[in-house]
Design a binder for this molecule. Structure first.
Ligand SMILES: [Zn+2]
Length: 117
């Protein structure tokens, strides 16, 4: 993941912005902080996966090649499915393609992203 700003600097700014919107709670316990940490980490991981998968699904070569015969297929739509990651599921919208020679549909993203678990 290439970026000009170091990740810890961006995370610090993100967390500061998140905390600026929260009210202070004097009765807060370490368990409350841990619970919020986990909820935030899960939300960030989920959004990160969704955005990375969305970016990736836009990068498939055009026209897509049929995995069986290698001839050019055509893009006929999209399919939405859930990818299971170590941090939970993430939505994937992938191109659905058709090969007129084989008369079958195929999904180019299965080779690069995988069928999911
Ligand atoms: Zn084919």
């Amino acid at each position: 993941m290439a970026s000009k700003k170091p990740m810890d600097e961006r995370v610090r700014a993100f967390v500061a912005a998140m905390l600026a919107d929260c009210s202070e709670n004097e009765d807060e316990h370490i368990d409350d902080i841990e619970c919020d940490m986990e909820a935030l980490a899960d939300a960030v991981a989920s959004e990160f996966a969704a955005q990375r998968l969305a970016r990736r699904s836009q990068t498939f070569a055009s026209p897509p090649q049929c995995p069986d015969c290698g001839k050019a297929g055509r893009h006929v739509g999209e399919r939405k499915r859930e990818i299971l990651t170590t941090r939970g599921s993430a939505p994937l919208i992938e191109p659905k393609c058709y090969c007129p020679a084989c008369r079958r549909h195929f999904f180019p993203s299965v080779d690069s992203i995988g069928p999911g678990r």
